[in-house]
Design a protein around this ligand. Structure first.
Ligand code: A2P
Length: 278
């Protein structure tokens, strides 16, 4: 009968916290982004991350269990879907499989957003720097479409350092779309994007601006290029997201400029988070 069938369907162990993939874009052989359905009840602050993943069979017990990793939400909090930006690691436990997802597939998302790259962790300031390498641009993709970013600051500078030119494409399109987004303009106010500066650099392939952002800062080249003063604790706030070595090096530099690390419970001048690496 129908009720028996329904009872059976309920008993069958369903994947916990399943969401459906709606779109997948492959940017390079190392990078892809994907969109999933958003639970109607999910609220998050721009810059936060969630745990997402797939089921996998435990080799010892033979039981199915979730394999999860932290992923920054790249979409704005007003979007009705969620977007993520990921590296593909050929022997990575999760991304070796995740890179093959297709629209209609299901993945797991634990609906508990957390993270330190949030406006609440910073004291008021004039200029906000987003420093990213590789997939570390993801939380900033969300923050750059948050009206608060533009109402709280006079100027927003996104720096993005990647090995190759193709790895900058996700960010390049993001910035171009923000500059042409009429809905955002309505939401935030006319000309909001004039506050936004974009500073992409590459380290292993020829491009108009080459070098690690850390080296370009030490040489004052970034500040000369952008026509701004070097960072100071009175005016500048910073959010950092990239590979571990980059985070550590830049954190040291920000401290030298006199900025202090903030937290949700104790806001200050900068915050750091590690980009996901499988
Ligand atoms: P480089 O090519 O000189 O290593 P990855 O793809 O390995 O995560 O690196 C992303 C980008 O971050 C690369 O352009 C890389 O430059 C740069 N990078 C790596 N380590 C640091 C660091 N300590 N400081 C600044 N940039 C870094």
């Amino acid at each position: 009968t129908v009720t028996e069938a329904a009872a059976k369907a309920v008993k069958k162990p369903a994947m916990p916290d399943a969401q459906t993939v709606t779109e997948v874009t492959h940017w390079t052989d190392r990078l892809f982004s994907f969109r999933i359905t958003r639970p109607a009840t999910l609220r998050f602050r721009s810059g936060e991350f969630v745990m997402i993943g797939l089921m996998q069979t435990d080799e010892k017990t033979g039981k199915e269990k979730p394999l999860l990793r932290a992923y920054s939400i790249a979409s704005p909090s007003w979007d009705d879907e969620l977007e993520f930006y990921s590296i593909k690691v050929q022997d990575g436990p999760l991304t070796s499989r995740l890179q093959h997802i297709q629209p209609g597939d299901q993945i797991i998302m634990r609906p508990k957003p957390v993270g330190t790259l949030v406006h609440d962790a910073l004291l008021p300031g004039k200029r906000l720097w987003f420093f990213a390498t590789g997939t570390g641009i993801a939380p900033f993709a969300s923050l750059l479409r948050d009206p608060q970013t533009y109402t709280d600051y006079e100027e927003i500078i996104l720096t993005h350092t990647c090995r190759e030119v193709g790895e900058l494409e996700y960010g390049r399109q993001l910035i171009a779309n923000i500059r042409n987004d009429e809905m955002l303009e309505e939401l935030i106010g006319e000309g909001f994007h004039e506050k936004l500066r974009y500073y992409p650099t590459t380290t292993r392939e020829e491009s108009p601006k080459m070098g690690r952002i850390t080296d370009l800062m030490r040489a004052d080249e970034v500040f000369e290029d952008l026509g701004v003063a070097p960072l100071c604790p009175q005016n500048d706030r910073a959010m950092v997201c990239g590979n571990l070595a980059f985070n550590i090096e830049l954190k040291g530099m920000l401290e030298e400029y006199g900025l202090r690390e903030g937290a949700n419970s104790d806001p200050a001048e900068y915050v750091v988070e590690k980009a996901f690496l499988d």
